[in-house]
Design a binder for this molecule. Structure first.
Ligand code: ACO
Length: 154
């Protein structure tokens, strides 16, 4: 998509809340990681159609806490583009490891992340059961555990 551009969200700009909530249904959880994160928005013709959130874990490692593409634009390669952009940003900022977490039920996300070089390194058992008020289902499967994946950056 040649009219797609990605930029950090400026201070004081509106958050792309609907997109953030499509990746993480807890606004409370989102508000906890946002202060220590940078939000990047993807735009087509000045309209925000995607986002990802980079959260610094330590001097070596950064995590994509949230990534989403507007439903209308899904399945067109933008998710892949955002993942690659996040890796480029993290590399440019001097990080050597990029982490991402998703639920046991998020089959398409697990496919996408592993296809792009992320490998599973740990599981946070019952993360979604313990931290979310309501049960969450995807693909008819309950989201119970957080599968953590990471890739080494060059
Ligand atoms: N089922 C099966 N495969 C899928 C699906 C699906 N629902 N969606 C995408 N794919 C595949 C595509 O076929 C493609 O595979 P290919 O490279 O072999 O052709 C690959 O995944 C990448 O597809 P893209 O078009 O690049 O991905 P898209 O632009 O749709 O973005 C994303 C993927 C971000 C997961 C999007 O579907 C989305 O916003 N989902 C809702 C929010 C969400 O779940 N976010 C992630 C939560 S985890 C976290 O935020 C850390």
């Amino acid at each position: 998509m040649n009219n797609l551009s990605i930029r950090p969200l400026k201070k004081g700009e509106n958050l792309p809340l609907a997109l953030l909530l499509s990746a993480d249904p807890s606004e409370v959880a989102i508000q906890l990681y946002l202060p220590d994160s940078t939000v990047f928005v993807a735009e087509i013709n000045n309209q925000v159609i995607g986002e990802y959130v980079l959260y610094r874990i330590n001097a070596q490692e950064v995590e994509i806490k949230n990534i989403a593409v507007d439903e209308v634009y899904q399945g067109k390669g933008i998710g892949k583009f955002l993942l690659n952009d996040a890796a480029r940003q993290a590399t440019n900022q001097g990080f050597s490891r990029l982490t991402i977490g998703t639920s046991n039920a998020s089959i398409a996300q697990l496919y996408l992340y592993q296809k792009h070089g992320f490998e599973i390194y740990s599981i946070k058992y019952n993360f979604f059961v313990d931290n979310y008020a309501e049960p969450i289902f995807e693909n008819g499967i309950q989201c119970k555990h957080m599968i953590m994946l990471s890739k080494t950056l060059n």
